[in-house]
Design a protein around this ligand. Structure first.
Ligand code: ATP
Length: 271
């Protein structure tokens, strides 16, 4: 299962301070971390076993980042399951793959089982999407497992498109919670700029007008902002500048299309 790339142990170095914004999600993860770390006590107290969370939303807005930070907060290994690879070509293969992957994760538990792009496997089920018998059976197996599992294999499922997911999966009681990550607002963008400058050029933190950067970056995702900061640092180096500056970052920003612009262009081309 590991050799085939269906399951992968992800090494994590990200901490909660690496996430700008998404305060509700961060607060929720911290709460679950306390429960997971002290589960015997929590159970005695009457707390239910945590099952997992579904994080859906736009690309580059922190879904994977949150899966990683959850592993750091919980203090457990992070195992990523690749849904694309799990779907075998032969009848029965995907189901067997999933059973084996889940058995392995359970053997390692407590752990986080990160199911990346969960919609790749289950999109269209129950929506007349013609998903086929195998996928429907696989989905049934997954749902039952999710509902009945009695160990600390905490699921973090991530998805770009929640609207293509089977309603059954979104019903109350499947996941403990569903979060939608959207483009960051102005305050969140300011924090994201700060995080990425601090990571690479802490000596320049005081040179930069983060409020201005935040105001001028409406429509940019977290990943866009990280890309802009990296490029501005590269430019600074190549041009032999002793420091990176607000102007330097703004120049790169102006030359970089935001996720929002890219998405609206794609929609325009389709219509
Ligand atoms: P995809 O759907 O494409 O997998 P994603 O939502 O999982 O996207 P991430 O992989 O979490 O996106 O984000 C890519 C990178 O962008 C992160 O590693 C991080 O450096 C940066 N980033 C995204 N969101 C944030 C944020 N809220 N705060 C700080 N950095 C962020």
């Amino acid at each position: 299962i590991q050799k085939s790339g269906i399951l992968e142990m992800v090494s994590v170095k990200e901490s909660i301070d690496d996430i700008g914004g998404l305060e509700n999600l961060k607060k929720w993860l911290k709460q679950k971390a306390k429960i997971v770390k002290n589960f015997d006590e929590a159970k005695q107290y009457g707390v239910d076993l945590p099952k997992g969370v579904l994080i859906a939303g736009l690309p580059g807005c922190g879904k994977s980042l949150n899966a990683k930070v959850a592993a750091t907060l919980f203090g457990v290994p992070l195992i990523r399951m690749d849904m694309g690879r799990l779907m075998g070509k032969y009848v029965g293969e995907s189901e067997q793959n999933m059973r084996r992957a889940i058995a392995l994760a359970e053997a390692i538990s407590p752990c986080i089982l990160w199911i990346d792009e969960i919609e790749k496997a289950f999109a269209g089920i129950g929506n007349g999407g013609g998903s086929g018998e195998v996928t429907t059976r696989l989905f049934g197996y997954f749902l039952t497992w999710l509902q009945e599992k009695q160990n600390l294999t905490f699921v973090v499922a991530t998805a770009n498109q929640i609207n293509r997911m089977p309603a059954e999966l979104l019903r109350k009681g499947r996941f403990d919670e569903i979060f939608y990550v959207d483009l960051p607002n102005e305050e969140e963008r300011r924090k994201i700029f700060e995080i990425h400058v601090k990571k690479r050029r802490p000596q320049d933190l005081n040179n930069i007008d983060f409020s201005q950067l935040a105001r001028r970056s409406n429509g940019y995702s977290g990943a866009d902002i990280e890309g802009v900061v990296k490029m501005a640092i590269e430019e600074g180096f190549v041009q032999d500048k002793p420091h990176i500056s607000t102007e330097g970052i703004l120049t790169v920003l102006n030359d970089t299309p935001s996720l929002k612009t890219t998405m609206s262009k794609a929609i325009d081309e389709l219509t």
